[in-house]
Design a protein around this ligand. Sequence first.
Ligand SMILES: [Zn+2]
Ligand SMILES: [Zn+2]
Length: 376
Amino acid sequence: MISEDWREVLDKAKSISEEIVTTRRTIHSRPELGYQERETAALVEARLRELGIEHRGGVGGTGVIGLIQGSRPGRTVLLRADMDALPITEESPEAYASQNAGVMHACGHDGHTAMLLGAARILQEGRTDFAGTVKLMFQPAEEGGGGAVKMIQDGLLENPTVDAAYALHVWHELNTGALMVRSGPLLAGANSFTITVTGRGGHASRPQAAVDPVVVAAQIVMALQTLVSREVDPSVPAVVTLGSFQAGTAFNIIPDQAVIKGTVRAFEDGVMEHLESRIEAVATGVASALRARASVEIHMHYPPTINDEAMVELAGGVVRKLGLGAVPGEPLLGAEDFSYVLQRVPGAMLMLGVKNPDWVEPRPVHTARICLPPRP
Ligand SMILES: [Zn+2]
Ligand SMILES: [Zn+2]
């Protein structure tokens, strides 16, 4: 019985590991940004069709839902994979490196999708051994696009009603073979924001006739560094990062505008709200003091990812039975739209170690280095 003998499931997974790796590499070589995952979704649908798994595409944009029915009626468990890539140029000599310029699977979503297809095969072939239904969720646009929300709006959690939900996310700070099994807060709440600084362009030799938005935006970047360090309790986690600063086209032109993009992360709603309102106040205040204007737009706001204690215990038990390492870990300031699923049904996200302990240099997610060859 698969439901009793977890070892058997692990052995089955090992026996199809080559297939899972091949699928991962195929997806890795053809990365697509959020809501553009047409080729990836087509691959997922083709595989589900091959396996004889009932499925529906075009959910929440480019999402796919699959349903595996056990041999007896029972509850429904959802398993999630995300399919989108990031706007990063890959630096890798591997044959399976990205073929789509400027786009790369740098967050491991290629692996998540391949692993869920592997799990789908094992569950489908062993469906006479379990009761209830497994719902497979292949979602678009996790990286800031809120694909999970779109799928929920499109009926993800109904027909059949989902009773529990699980997801894995690869994590580069955890050794391969270990899983971070943590109950309660796992990932932070996060938003993204854009600050547009408008000055008045002119010739580089005549700053007195212009209002230089580059200098104003630089002051805003520095002023925002004081929010976490001076306004948030040092014992409470919070981050403000400005990941993009764009202005100008040439060395001798003062441009009209500078655009800063950033993110705020925190676990407590009060801290998030404080930082959001202060970003606006600091940006507009600094700009007006320096004769420019700033407008602040807050975009997608992901809630914190909170794991359910009982669901974590259940998953942790399986991890231990399989003889894999389960570590409690500390909350991380990354964010996930799986949080929207966990707001509605009990469940958990586990972080899956992908770090080779021999690596000399770290290979973090969201960098071009994550998929360099195995040797350091
Ligand atoms: Zn990511
Ligand atoms: Zn991710």
